[in-house]
Design a protein around this ligand. Sequence first.
Ligand SMILES: [Zn+2]
Length: 58
Amino acid sequence: MRAVECPCGEYLDGSNDTQLFESARRHADQEHEGKYTDADLRILISTAAYDAGREATG
Ligand SMILES: [Zn+2]
């Protein structure tokens, strides 16, 4: 699992960087319409994404 926090603080995740990008794209379109380009999101993921390998329980 890969995860990244949007600059607004929203937690986003995906099973890999491609899925994470899709999640970020969807979030950006809904919450930050017109603010982030695809390139912006790829940069965010490449610089700020991290492995979220442990499943949260409870
Ligand atoms: Zn956001």
